[in-house]
Design a protein around this ligand. Structure first.
Ligand code: GLN
Length: 533
């Protein structure tokens, strides 16, 4: 088993997640089996309770873990199976150690960062090792030099000692800033960052350098010399021009996967070249679209680009399939006005928590329903569609979700009995993959092409079953339920070109190479709507 550790330096937000995911994809496309994981140095047990402003989207796995959005990149780029062992925070590491301490497992010893926390980190790395795995890629969140990430760096230093330096590769991702005043790329911050790493005993084997403009051999040689590396192990990662899906191809062209395999002693003449044809196809479609549609995303965090990351990616995946450029118009639901939807071809209302902006979402949904604009409601978006239908079609004035109005005369969205007394806010929702059975007459069935599907959930409230019959009679079809029929999972308007609300999160299962069936059909409906408008 080979281990690849990816650290970041100079500044945060350099795209370590994307770089790690791209490398995973390149190794897979050469026929290797990879596993991916991320360590986040913050103290929250998981990002589940963090605001999207702080952390961007919370990415949910099949097993119900609430994780960092970088895991979304891992799943979109690779086929590596992700589980709770793919996502660790300092909080989760410390919690495991402290639980053991309370149980007396340390037999009277002093419990310390070294060796106890570092041992737990190493255990987390080993949790992904398996006999059929070729490479484990471990991304360390944060920036070298932060106090918080030190235990992780110390642990990977020790890990290389434990399993042999030749089985561990350290990749450091840095920034080569361009200084306009002197028209130069500057390598000094990278030199400092590498020297910081070396102080704690880690000599990076490969540097991936983010840069706005390509650098010359002069800069490459300088970086290599000062950072104690071979020139060919200094890999340029120029800013992607128009899509993140360029990144793996760029890194391949600049020799990243070659350098990695070289390090581990593979004979490059004997191993398979990666098959990147479908990625070139994706780039071709993105570069030369045949048409264009505008999709409105009406949500609380519409202006924050990371809050609905997977949704935006899923929309793009369908655009790639239909060779259509998609302009996403993010509309803040708390300052919504109908005019903002005048020229859109589809409306998507994403998930969310809390009542801010809910009335704006409901207003947008009313417009979609009345004007026949394709509509896709996800989680809270589906719940809002139910509220809108109750109020404006069934005449249930004041209908609401119990999340927003405890006194509502028509609680069309409500808590299940077993949820009512839970005070703990972390990990207590309906979380992770669950099966839905679809009605054959539904658009959802047509999209998926089968009646049994599995999708990921992350919510507390549910459709109130007392209103099923009434809504169905008024034109809102219950298109999908849990296998026992007890929970409503999908609703659809009967007399509308495409109006689908789902209680789950389809955006976590879409890939650029395989768009999610509902996003696929939603975008197809939007393209159609534009033609007939
Ligand atoms: N706030 C809603 C609930 O808890 C919807 C959650 C979501 O959209 N993820 O049920």
């Amino acid at each position: 088993m080979r281990h690849i550790f990816i650290t970041g330096g100079v500044v945060s937000s350099l795209g370590k997640g994307l770089t790690s995911a791209s490398l995973g994809m390149l190794l897979e496309s050469r026929g290797y089996s990879v596993r991916m994981q991320k360590f986040d140095p913050y103290l929250n047990i998981d990002p589940g309770t963090m605001s999207p402003y702080q952390h961007g989207e919370v990415y949910v796995l099949d097993d119900g873990s609430e994780t960092d959005l970088d895991l979304g990149h891992y799943e979109r780029f690779t086929d590596a199976p992700l589980t709770r062992n793919s996502s660790w925070t300092s909080g989760k590491i410390y919690r495991n150690v402290l639980r053991r301490e309370r149980r007396g497992r340390f037999l009277g010893k002093t419990v310390q960062v070294i060796p106890h926390i570092t041992d737990e980190i190493k255990r987390a790395i080993r949790s992904l090792c398996d006999s059929d795995v070729d490479f484990v890629l471990t991304e360390i969140g944060g920036t070298v030099g932060d106090i918080e990430s030190l235990p992780f760096l110390e642990a990977i230093r020790q890990f290389a000692l434990d399993v042999g330096r030749a089985n561990c590769l350290f990749i450091h991702l840095t920034l080569i800033p361009y200084l306009k005043s002197c028209n130069q790329l500057k390598t000094k911050p990278t030199q400092h960052s590498v020297s910081r790493l070396r102080q704690i005993g880690i000599q990076p084997d490969i540097l991936v350098c983010r840069t706005e403009t390509p650098f010359s051999d002069v800069e490459r040689n300088k970086i290599a010399l000062f950072c104690n590396l071979k020139t060919q192990d200094v890999i340029e990662e120029c800013d992607a021009e128009f899509s993140i899906y360029e990144v793996p191809v760029t890194l391949h062209n600049n020799g990243l996967d070659k350098s990695v395999l070289n390090y581990f002693g593979y004979n490059l003449d004997e191993i398979m070249e990666p098959d990147l044809s479908c990625w070139y196809d994706i780039l071709g479609r993105l570069r030369n679209p045949l048409g264009k549609v505008t999709i409105a995303v009406v949500g609380k965090y519409a202006k924050h680009k990371d809050a609905y990351k997977s949704i935006y990616e899923s929309i793009d995946h369908a655009g790639i399939k239909y060779c259509t450029a998609i302009k996403v118009r993010g509309i803040s639901s708390d300052s919504f006005s109908g005019g903002q939807l005048d020229d859109v071809d589809g409306i998507l209302v994403p998930g969310g928590f809390g009542d801010r902006g809910v009335e704006g979402k409901i207003e947008a949904i009313k417009i979609a329903r009345e004007k026949g604009i394709p509509f896709f409601g996800i989680c809270l978006g589906m719940q809002c569609a139910v509220i809108e239908f109750a109020r404006n079609v069934c005449g249930m004035s004041g209908a609401n979700s119990m999340e927003f109005d405890q006194e509502t005369p028509y609680p069309v969205i409500t808590l299940l009995d077993e949820q009512r007394n839970i005070a703990d806010k972390g990990g207590t929702m309906r979380l992770g993959a669950q099966v839905t059975i679809l009605k054959e007459a539904s658009k959802a069935f047509k999209s998926y092409g089968r009646n049994e599907i599995s999708e990921r959930h992350r919510h507390r409230y549910e459709f109130n079953n007392n209103y099923r019959v009434k809504f169905n009679e008024a034109g809102l079809m219950i298109a999908g339920t849990s296998p026992d029929g007890g929970l409503v999972e999908v609703v659809e308007l009967k007399n509308h070109a495409w109006f689908v609300g789902v209680q789950y999160h389809p955006e976590f299962k879409s890939k650029p190479t395989k768009p999610h069936p509902l996003f696929d059909n939603f975008i197809a409906a939007a393209i159609n709507y534009k033609k007939t408008k």
